[in-house]
Design a protein around this ligand. Sequence first.
Ligand SMILES: [Zn+2]
Length: 274
Amino acid sequence: MPEGPEIRLAADKIAKVLVQKDLTRVEFTFDHLRQFEKTLSGLVVTSVETRGKAMLTYFDDHWVIYSHNQLYGRWLVASKGTRPDTNRQLRLAIETEDKAALLYSATDISVMRKTELSSHPFLAKIGPDILSEQPDIDTIVARLLSPTFVRRQLATLLLDQHFLAGLGTYLCAEILFFSQLHPKTKASKCSSAMLRKLASNILSVTRQSYKTQGITNPPELVARLKANGITNKEGYRFSAYGRAGKACHTCGHSIERNNIGGRPIFHCPNCQSL
Ligand SMILES: [Zn+2]
């Protein structure tokens, strides 16, 4: 399941093909969307943003395509006039003079005016997107301390897109590890210094993962692990996630895996005791 950084990278790929390019064709395969083909074909894509797992393709003249990939949707890029070798159903094609951005399999697609975004049922409910909207530390701490969230277990809270958009199970495990917080602790039990550290890690770990394509460990640790002979990415990218039974890089204790709210959560019982 892709998390914020992976979705942002997919949006970057689409933006590279479309932004500020002359569009030659926009095609929808759902009948109710075909009415927008002519309007959008004559416009220019100004940006591609993400809100959690949704993608927003902005056009000039205040139009936006909202698409949510759910579990099965996939954006692919092809040279103009060609199509990727796939059995998936094409839902949307946006073509320029030399490339095409193609959305396959997704069913949740709509076209709206920018002013209508805030009342969209999904967008109205989700919290600020960590990579696109860049909430600051004070904003995140205020959300952690709000009556809605302050008594929730941190692991389930971080995974809840109503709190912040963009975190999935690997980022959740890694952020809690670097914050030295137990997955079941609550904001109500944390000092303000702990909450600031947590908020800071939510931003920095997610941004680092976006820049490094999924490596959450600090560069010094990655270098040390590589020097010790761990050369495959799966071996050095994470401190806690997916490492059940392996030694904690900090203290040597065995990393544990538990199911919290039906999701796998990894932590070091020694480093994350609170
Ligand atoms: Zn440890």
